[in-house]
Design a protein around this ligand. Structure first.
Ligand code: PA5
Length: 428
């Protein structure tokens, strides 16, 4: 049992009694259709069964490759943007595995300053490895970063030695694959039938995690157990359908933003992954919720005022972590600082009080509050959460009537940028 629960608090009766239950029952057919496998999205559902792209043999292979990097490397640079780097970065920042190479990020910016800083930082490591992740290898950011970084490795280690340090994750027979064939780089697979933001269940997300030292077997185990749960829970109990229906009902009641609120800052990058997953999948046809995050308690001192008294445009999804995994006790102090009332109290307990207080105050204001409660921040739970959100997002797109797997709007700025950069064939 994954121990993940979802509850809904609506102190001001925003949703009519029974509205959620009715909507969930009405969408039993949708749930069944999705679980049975939709022909319409056949080419995008490589991730859905988990084992097609993250089966045991593939995990063995990835772990073996990761062992090679971990045995020799003290820095590993993940080159990628959007769906190509978000999931591994989210897990690595949340789980903070110890003992492996430093994990650095590139190909997610065009900033000269950041790129120069990274190259300077790399000089401080002895043995650098890189993995360029790009589905079609046409995206500018990873493309230019890969060129700069592989030349950096060639300068430092010589062409032959550098080749052994270069991984590339792309679709079979893409330009990236050809570069690997021509130069002896190790090629990993970006599955054809998996889009960027659904790619955590593949080499894309799992290889950098394995290099960092995350137990990817446990993580994929969590994905499988959530898959089994969601495939078997009836429409009336299915938490993914419940989440998707609540979001749609609240959107229809005029709430335009969903705020993911949490009290563990190490979930910041997980929130970024969640934002990308929903914004890029749903934000089409002039509809959808705008996903935003609040990293508390810090953001209670930034956006908290708006949430409590500003325009009533958002509802909140609290991500609660139940298990205590650290302890800092407020010490005794002779000097007068007026914090004695907290003496002997654990920071963990204080944080928990702050979380409950926030949810109470926001619900009192009339903000609809969802509570997604997880037992711990560990590999298995994160795996379950990834699958939960991907599945929910897929259902949610159906409720909105949009294609979950494309992102045509992203091409808007690219047309201007490529034309102005002089890309061959690019026109406005
Ligand atoms: O989710 C998506 O499909 C996108 O965010 C892509 O991952 C992102 O644009 C990067 O694409 P690529 O891997 O082709 O460089």
């Amino acid at each position: 049992m994954d121990g993940i629960t979802l509850t809904y608090t609506d102190r001001k009766g925003v949703l009519a009694p029974g509205a959620l239950e009715t909507m969930m029952a009405d969408n039993a057919g949708l749930l069944k259709r999705v679980i049975d496998g939709e022909e319409e999205y056949r080419d995008y559902l490589g991730w859905f069964r988990v084992d097609d792209t993250a089966g045991e043999e593939r995990l063995d292979f990835l772990l073996e490759q990761a062992r090679r990097v971990r045995a020799d490397g003290d820095a590993f640079v993940v080159i990628g943007i959007g769906g190509s780097n978000q999931s591994s970065r989210a897990a690595i920042k949340a789980l903070r595995p110890k003992g492996g190479p430093a994990i650095l990020w590139a190909g997610n910016t065009i900033s000269a300053c950041e790129t120069a800083r990274l190259l300077e930082e790399l000089d401080g490591y002895k043995s650098v490895y890189i993995d360029c992740i790009a589905k079609n290898f046409e995206t500018l950011e990873p493309g230019i970063a890969f060129r700069v970084l592989r030349q950096y490795l060639e300068r430092r280690y010589g062409a032959e030695n550098a080749a052994g340090r270069i991984f590339a994750t792309g679709t079979p027979d893409s330009t990236l694959h050809q570069l690997c064939r021509d130069n002896g780089y190790t090629f990993l697979t970006f599955p054809e039938r998996v889009g960027g933001r659904f790619s955590v269940i593949s080499d894309v997300g799992l290889f950098p995690m394995a290099v960092a030292g995350i137990d990817i077997r446990a993580l994929v185990g969590g994905m499988r157990s959530m898959r089994d749960r969601l495939w078997h829970e009836s429409a009336g109990e299915n938490i993914a359908l419940q989440y998707a229906c609540l979001r749609k009902l609240l959107l229809d009641r005029g709430y335009h933003l969903e705020m993911l609120s949490y009290f563990e800052p190490r979930l910041d990058y997980f929130a970024k992954w969640w934002i990308q997953t929903f914004a890029e999948s749903e934000g089409k046809n002039n509809t959808a919720l705008y996903p935003v995050a609040a990293s508390n308690s810090e953001d209670l001192h930034t956006t908290g005022q708006f949430v409590q008294q500003g325009s009533p445009i958002l509802f909140e999804t609290f991500l609660e972590v139940r298990g205590q995994d650290a302890s800092v006790i407020m010490p005794h102090e002779e000097k007068k600082d007026y914090f004695d009332y907290l003496e002997g109290m654990d920071f963990w307990a204080m944080n928990n009080v702050a979380f409950r207080a926030t949810m109470a105050a926001h619900s009192d204001r009339g903000i609809p509050c969802l509570l997604l409660s997880i037992p711990a921040i560990d590999a298995a739970t994160l795996g379950a959460l990834y699958y939960f959100f991907l599945f929910s997002c897929y259902l949610s797109c159906h409720l909105l009537g949009v294609n979950p797997f494309d992102q045509p709007g992203v091409e808007g700025y690219k047309a201007y940028m490529f034309a102005n950069l002089g890309k061959p064939g690019a026109t406005l």
